[in-house]
Design a protein around this ligand. Structure first.
Ligand SMILES: Nc1ncnc2c1ncn2[C@@H]1O[C@H](COP(=O)(O)OP(=O)(O)OP(=O)(O)O)[C@@H](O)[C@H]1O
Length: 241
């Protein structure tokens, strides 16, 4: 459940949605997509999202769900190409521009060598990259990603955060829920901290991530440090109750 949550994402912002398990991060992303009933209004570029068709919304918002299941043993290339569906008339084939976007998305996620493999036969992290590539192929101005780094190795985690920062730099809005606070602090332009369905803090990473907040919201003692490229947040132990 969310209580009176209100926030907006501007072009060029890479927002990290952080907070403990059950804080409401997924619910907030799903409410923005109209997947859960929400009292209130979701506007995209000033237009009411509830009044849009699913196709119209999908052209404006790409979504990476938390679940990484791929139901059918279709090829990686086929899964990624589904990202173009909202842009094509029903039953129409892919045109050159669609193919270029699919290739670009697969290249960015380093999936070329997997293109003919059944997506169901990949490892957990590889599947995650396929689903991220599908969301990239959707080429929407707003990208909502639910725990996009879950299951990725350190190199692919950094590559993903770098890519999302680049997408924001190109003028898109990116919102990603994250549990790795160092990744969030180093790559996001802004953090929104949720706890029990409410926004506790919203601002630049250094302002949001304080030792006191990590103690009161996450219940952990953490070491905060500066390192090359930004802040480090290392949870050390449970906070004393
Ligand atoms: N379909 C649902 N029906 C009822 N309650 C739900 C449903 N989905 C989630 N909730 C509840 O809403 C709250 C927020 O859940 P949500 O999945 O948004 O948390 P989260 O911050 O994404 O957590 P996590 O870090 O564990 O993924 C939780 O208390 C959860 O039990």
């Amino acid at each position: 459940m969310l209580n009176g949550v209100s926030f907006s994402v501007g072009e060029g912002e890479f927002v990290g949605l952080i907070g403990p398990n059950g804080a409401g991060k997924s619910t907030l992303l799903r409410a923005a997509l109209g997947l859960v009933e929400a009292r209130g209004e979701v506007a995209i570029a000033g237009q009411n999202a509830a009044a849009m068709t699913a196709r119209e919304r999908a052209r404006r918002i790409a979504y990476l769900p938390q679940e990484r299941e791929i139901g059918w043993p279709v090829s990686v290339e086929m899964v990624v190409s589904l990202g173009r569906a909202p842009h094509r008339p029903a039953f129409a084939g892919l045109d050159g521009a669609d193919r270029a976007r699919i290739e670009n998305a697969m290249g960015r996620m380093e999936l070329e060598e997997f293109r003919r493999r059944p997506a169901t036969e990949l490892s957990g992290g590889e599947k995650a990259r396929v689903l991220i590539a599908r969301a990239l192929a959707q080429d929407a101005p707003l990208l909502l990603a639910d725990e996009p780094t879950a299951g990725l190795d350190p190199s692919h985690q950094i590559a993903l955060m770098r890519l999302f920062a680049e997408l924001a730099g190109e003028g898109r809005g990116v919102v990603a829920s994250l549990h790795d606070l160092s990744l969030a602090a180093r790559w996001c332009t802004r953090l929104v901290l949720l706890d029990r369905g409410s926004i506790i803090a919203d601002g630049p990473p250094r302002e949001v991530l304080t030792r006191e907040r990590l103690r009161s919201v996450y219940g952990v003692e953490a070491h905060l440090a500066e390192a090359e490229g930004g802040m480090l947040v290392v949870p050390l132990d449970m906070a004393a109750r």
